[in-house]
Write a protein that binds this ligand. Structure first.
Ligand code: NDP
Length: 401
């Protein structure tokens, strides 16, 4: 019987433990630990009500490494699934090293005082993980995560000489709020307001945030404006597929979202520089998070679909080829199944799938890895089984922008 410790009782953590409860053959005992035990208990209750399964809960501040080591020592998990915030990644990896337990997360480590979206802090753990005989799987969400697996799958089956990669992330959902983010607002706004960066001809090209956009007709969603951004999977994909001549990431935003963001940015509310307020330091972006809707609460009212996928051009058997591999996910269907919206769902399900492949030994070797370093086929099979079916279509020509 396996034991899994999940840390972080937010939108993604909730989906992951619901889906684990739906796979009792893989996931034996599950312990959900987070900063506030009340949130863990609410999720545990929902899991029992929906699937009759029992999960354990605990209160844990994962920034506190000795306490995390103590909890791991008492529960003795086979795997720690980190679904807290990127700030906790290194502390939890240290706890895994100390106890000899495997590790998985969905977002790269971020220092609190600078938005970087870089893997080097976590890649630097590779030799120590090898020496300890344990594995870390980095970024097992949708993007990063599925988009890395999609790239490996296209390279394996469709375009053996990849030249260009475009990752297109569209949330065509409507939550009925003037302004809200569909995952942790602090992390989301840090990502969106960072300068855009893409890979071209052997180097990174940086452009101002949200300065380039294109219209794209997304399957099952329709035409949307998408903006060039930097996203962390570009760094690992460039490293593991060095023949790529260009790699870009695009995300859709509606006009109302961008107008609100513009105002918030202009008045300094998105800053991560501390300011003094009534004798104490506060970080404007963290205060903004406190007044924005909780992404978890948006699930009840969100309608529409997400469509996230990769377009890759290159050559196959010597002939030019362009393919588009994508998943469409319906917000209301996710809510009906596990009580969450599609952005949490499309992250929590790949976390559960990555955990499955580690626990059953399909993807298992000592060291620190990104998803594209493993055979993509078993992951792709499990996506079809667990609520994230994908489609692949051939495009007549490469993207012309
Ligand atoms: P939420 O803010 O909804 O949840 C985060 C949870 O972690 C909260 O319950 C929070 O507790 C808890 N937490 C925060 N700090 C600590 C700590 N020190 N110790 C223990 N628990 C802590 O975020 P999401 O669920 O939306 O996102 C979870 C992760 O998934 C993030 O890292 C995010 O960047 C990543 N993500 C990845 C995506 C992908 O496609 N790869 C897409 C979307 C998200 P509290 O409630 O007390 O604050």
């Amino acid at each position: 019987m396996t034991k899994t410790l999940v840390i972080g009782a937010g939108g993604v953590g909730s989906v992951a433990v619901h889906k684990m409860a739906m796979c009792p053959k893989v996931f034996g005992d599950v312990l959900l630990a987070s900063r506030h035990i009340g949130k863990c208990n609410d999720i545990a209750q929902s899991v029992t009500k929906r699937f009759g399964a029992k999960i354990e809960t605990a209160e844990l501040d994962a920034d506190d490494t000795p306490k995390t080591i103590d909890l791991i020592g008492r529960f003795k998990p086979d795997l720690v699934v980190n679904l807290a915030l990127p700030y906790q990644d290194l502390a939890i990896m240290d706890s895994c090293l100390a106890t000899g337990v495997d590790y998985l997360d969905t977002a790269n480590y971020e220092p609190r005082d600078e938005a970087k979206f870089e893997y080097h802090w976590q890649w630097a753990y590779h030799d120590r993980f090898v020496k300890r005989g344990i594995m870390a799987l980095l970024g097992s969400g949708f993007d990063p995560g599925v988009t890395n697996v999609f790239t490996a799958y296209i390279a394996k089956h469709y375009v053996e000489e990849m030249r260009t990669l475009d990752i297109l992330d569209c949330n065509g959902g409507d939550h009925g709020q003037h302004f809200a983010t569909n995952f942790n607002p602090e992390i989301n706004i840090r990502e969106v307001t960072a300068p855009a960066r893409h890979w071209e001809a052997g180097d990174w090209v940086e452009t101002p945030a949200l300065s380039h956009h294109q219209t794209f007709d997304f399957p099952s969603v329709g035409a949307r404006n998408m903006y060039l951004m930097y996203h962390e999977e570009l760094e690992s994909l460039i490293r593991h597929f060095p023949a790529l001549e260009r790699a870009r990431f695009w995300m859709t935003f509606g006009d109302a979202y961008l107008t609100h963001l513009d105002v918030l940015q202009n008045i300094g509310m998105t800053s991560i520089e501390p300011v003094m307020y009534e004798g104490r330091e506060i970080i404007p972006l963290q205060f903004l998070k406190a007044v924005l809707p909780d992404p978890g609460d948006l699930a009840k009212t969100t309608t529409g679909r997400t469509c996230i996928g990769n377009i890759v051009s290159g050559k196959h058997a010597g002939q030019p080829r362009t393919v588009y591999l994508y998943n469409v996910c319906d917000h209301e269907a996710c809510f009906a199944e596990v009580g969450s919206q599609a952005v949490s769902y499309t992250t929590g399900v790949p976390a559960m799938i990555g955990a499955t492949l580690m626990l059953n030994g399909t993807w298992h070797k000592p060291g620190v890895f990104n998803l594209e370093q493993f055979d993509p086929d078993p992951f792709m099979e499990l996506m079809n089984k667990h609520g994230l079916p994908w489609q692949v279509t051939e495009l007549s020509e490469p993207l012309d922008f």
